[in-house]
Design a protein around this ligand. Structure first.
Ligand code: ADP
Length: 291
């Protein structure tokens, strides 16, 4: 093992980091119209960053490969990841603006969102190490994900893809995926479980919101229950599930147990507001599973 190797059991997350800018207004403006808003906040986000924080809070040594601009937002996102214990040394500082999501929340509760990927378009390829679980999503270029998974296959690392936001995927990418983790909407767009298994994906773990998750292999399906909670904000629930699933697998848990832990952590995350602030620590998840 070279000096740079991480301990076995680590997670490598390759994906996006965004700053979410959230403004609240009475209603959505018409084209050309200016409205006065009454609330504004900024939150760290991006599926890659959220999932890296989840894997680190779950207790795994976690490396995050992503890209931010040379701006304040980039520094903020890197600091947030580091404060959760994520290894941020492979976040690239690139010549583009840090990714932003501009979110307008009307009093009706309806959101309109503009995502500007910026630096995320320049996300570098991750180099997997033996024994790692490699986790990616679709907010960075598909080529980056595919090349990362190729390096993972070369060293025998496990590849996990959260195909969000939903988009069709080429067969060359799907055949590099050991475990795919779609929600029901993403699963529909990808043609269903059988189609994914036929295309070479090893296991399909479908997240089902308040119904938990279902693990599908060629041998059949197993239902994974989740906690019954009073959900106040489901933002980041899927990301929490993915980070905890990857961490569980990296630490040697069987897939079903890792998915159970993912469900517990994700359910807890829905009882709190926001994405990053709502992701529980392993101590919180352990406390719940003891009941
Ligand atoms: P996404 O947020 O990506 O659409 P889901 O809605 O399927 O994904 O949620 C991911 C996971 O979060 C679920 O598998 C479940 O464990 C947990 N979860 C989400 N909503 C609830 C809820 N209302 N009650 C309990 N657990 C939930």
């Amino acid at each position: 093992m070279s000096e740079q190797s991480s301990p076995p059991g680590g997670v490598l997350v390759v994906g996006s980091a965004n700053l979410d800018l959230v403004a609240t207004t009475a209603r959505h403006p018409s084209p050309g119209e200016t409205l006065i808003g009454h609330d504004y906040s900024e939150h760290p986000g991006g599926k890659g960053l959220n999932q890296a924080v989840a894997a680190a809070r779950a207790g795994s040594p976690t490396r995050f490969v992503g890209a931010v601009g040379r701006d304040d937002a980039g520094q903020t996102l890197t600091r947030v990841a580091a404060e959760s214990g994520v290894d941020t040394s492979e976040i690239a500082d690139v010549d583009a603006s840090t990714g932003r999501a501009l979110i307008l929340v009307a009093e009706s509760g309806e959101n309109s969102i503009v995502v500007v990927p910026g630096a995320n378009e320049l996300c570098p390829v991750g180099t997997a190490r033996d024994g790692e679980v490699v986790l990616a999503q679709l907010e960075v270029p598909l080529n980056t994900v595919e090349s990362t998974f190729r390096t993972a296959r070369e060293v025998g690392a496990t590849t996990v893809l959260n195909p969000a936001p939903a988009r069709p995927l080429p067969p060359e990418l799907l055949e590099l995926v050991d475990i795919i983790v779609p929600n029901e909407h993403e699963l529909d767009l990808l043609g269903g479980v059988s189609s994914l298994l036929e295309k070479g994906v090893g296991t399909v773990v479908v997240t089902l919101g308040a119904e938990g998750a279902r693990v599908h292999t060629r041998d059949g399906a197993v239902d994974i229950p989740t906690l019954s909670v009073d959900a106040v904000d489901t933002t980041g629930a899927g990301d929490t599930f993915c980070g905890y699933l990857a961490s569980g697998l990296a630490s040697g848990l069987p897939l079903e147990n890792a998915a159970r832990r993912g469900c517990l952590a994700a359910a807890l995350s829905t009882t709190r507001s926001g994405a990053v602030p709502s992701i529980p620590t392993s101590a919180e998840v352990g406390g719940v599973s003891a009941f």
